[in-house]
Design a protein around this ligand. Structure first.
Ligand code: HEM
Length: 158
């Protein structure tokens, strides 16, 4: 494999690490903050989480298919090969889960900040949105693991 290809693969694998690691980290810190039921702690964590998603996740979300498609071209893989096609579909599904999650995190941050400012309890809307956030996170998390497996095993699916 040429040095160019290896460099491209390095970028791709680093992107995968950022995507997975930031996602898992964000989910863990949001969950731990939520467990405190303390509006100020939740608002503070959600503020950082929103920034982390915008800086790290969003960059990796764009870089991943880009580096992936370049890698596929350079290695003479067709995008129609089952493991790549399945990854692209899964990637789309993950994106559809992630976009509302970004919006929900902003809402959770604002609702918690408002509760902290007025020294009141977290509103029912907060808990409603948190539940949706939680259940959208699982398919996205498992989907990324499935893509890791597809990239590594490269199965002939059909
Ligand atoms: C979305 C479109 C994607 C495309 C088109 C794509 C394409 C590729 C290609 C062509 C390779 C090189 C395979 C080879 O060595 O023959 C590769 C490797 C790899 N990809 Fe992707 N990829 C994509 C997304 C992802 C995602 C989302 C992840 C994980 C989050 C990921 C993780 C990896 C890993 C870990 C490898 C290295 C596998 C190995 O060397 O055994 N890829 N990818």
């Amino acid at each position: 494999m040429s040095d160019f290809l290896l460099a491209l693969k390095l970028i791709h694998v680093l992107g995968a690490a950022v995507l997975f690691g930031t996602g898992l980290g964000i989910a863990f810190f949001m969950w731990m903050a939520h467990r405190t039921r303390d509006p100020a702690a939740i608002a503070h964590t959600a503020r950082i989480v929103v920034i982390a998603d915008a800086v790290f996740t969003a960059t990796a979300v764009i870089m991943q298919p880009l580096s992936g498609v370049l890698l596929a071209r350079a290695m003479n893989h067709s995008l129609a090969e089952p493991w790549i096609a399945a990854s692209l579909v899964l990637y789309g599904v993950i994106g559809l889960c992630w976009l509302p999650v970004v919006w929900i995190q902003i809402k959770l941050r604002d609702l918690a900040a408002e509760a902290a400012r007025t020294s009141s309890d977290l509103p029912a809307r907060y808990y409603e949105l948190f539940r949706i956030w939680f259940w959208l996170g699982w398919p996205a998390f498992l989907g990324v693991i499935a893509i890791f497996a597809l990239m590594i095993f490269r199965p002939a699916l059909w």
